[in-house]
Design a protein around this ligand. Structure first.
Ligand code: NDP
Length: 302
């Protein structure tokens, strides 16, 4: 029997539809400033999708697209301008930044009251203390998905694979505040399969294509697959998607397909519910960015 698909696209639409009346009540359109450094193709796609989501909701977007030769000082000045601009409610710095730029300094320069991504140390502290503040979008979206899908969290064992500042760590605190018993795994975890098999809720955010296989999943677990890995190896694609004709045809056309961190067949057959890739966690990240921007605008405009 197959597990239930947790439809990230549908929940993302619901979240965004709920923002519309809140946006209409504001005295002016909320505004998000997006800083995209250089020409990283993946970053360009992410930013394009974020700006499109803003436009669809009537959120104004400001952009800055400096070249990848920019210095930390120059980038700090761009952020300072947006910090001072009363028309700007939220600021997002698309990462990764070029090597010569001090990413931590840049993220700390964003006014915590305009921190649309929830990455500023003040807001990370607010998360740890369970105080209201902008939350990191990807884990916040996952939490919305779990709640709106009526998946119980309190008292359940949650295992998160990955301890990044943008996914793994904030996810752990969000699930902890929902009273899950939380384990965080990483590249030095001794027996990853054994840890994962204990999970009622398994969140895979490691960036390793289909690394979580059948023997990592407890029957009936809820599996959230955050990974977004571009797969170009034909034999691997055929092995993972043997029965998915549409996927194989798209691979033949495009030369790549997106796969998560979890083996898709194992997830479908063993989990009670799971997020597909694509169409699971990805759309939720954008919805929560919009939600953070609207909440910041509400605060700024009273
Ligand atoms: P990072 O590379 O920052 O972190 C990866 C984490 O996984 C690290 O903590 C690392 O451990 C751990 N890890 C790596 N390999 C292993 C292993 N073999 N066993 C156990 N742990 C391992 O990645 P991100 O958190 O930024 O992203 C993770 C994935 O999620 C990526 O595929 C990314 O593309 C995707 N993503 C998707 C988003 C979406 O909207 N759908 C948004 C953000 C990310 P250690 O700390 O020890 O190095």
């Amino acid at each position: 029997m197959s597990g239930t698909i947790l439809d990230g696209k549908k929940v993302s639409r619901e979240i965004q539809d709920e923002l519309r009346p809140r946006i209409e009540r504001l005295s002016r359109a909320p505004a998000l400033a997006v800083i995209l450094v250089g020409e990283n193709p993946a970053s360009q796609i992410y930013v394009r999708n974020k700006v499109r989501a803003c436009r669809d909701l009537g959120i104004r977007s400001f952009d800055a697209t400096p070249p990848d030769t920019i210095s930390t000082g120059e980038l700090l000045r761009i952020i300072e301008d947006f910090n001072r601009n009363p028309e700007v409610d939220g600021i997002l710095v698309q990462t990764p930044l070029p090597k010569q730029v001090d990413t931590q300094r840049v993220l700390q320069a964003v006014d915590p009251a305009k921190d649309a991504d929830g990455f500023h140390p003040c807001n990370v502290g607010n998360l740890v203390a369970n105080r209201p503040a902008p939350r990191a979008c990807t884990p916040a979206g996952i939490l919305e998905l779990l709640k709106r899908s009526q998946i119980p969290i309190a008292g359940r064992r949650a295992v998160i694979v990955g301890r990044s500042d943008i996914v793994g760590k904030p996810m752990a605190f969000m699930l902890l505040h929902e009273n899950a018993t939380v384990t965080i795994c990483h590249s030095r975890t001794r027996d990853l399969a054994d840890e994962c098999r204990r999970a009622d809720i398994l969140v895979a955010a490691m960036g390793r294509a289909a690394a979580i296989t059948a023997d990592f999943i407890k029957p009936g677990a809820v599996v959230i697959d955050v990974g977004m890995n571009r797969l170009t190896n034909e034999a691997e694609v055929v092995r993972l998607f043997a029965h998915e004709q549409a996927r194989l045809a798209a691979f033949a056309r495009n030369g790549y397909t997106l796969v998560g961190d979890v083996d898709p067949m194992a997830m479908r057959e063993i989990a009670s519910a799971y997020t597909p890739v694509p169409g699971g966690v990805g759309p939720l990240t954008i919805a929560m960015l919009m939600a953070n921007t609207v909440a910041l605008a509400e605060q700024h405009l009273g």
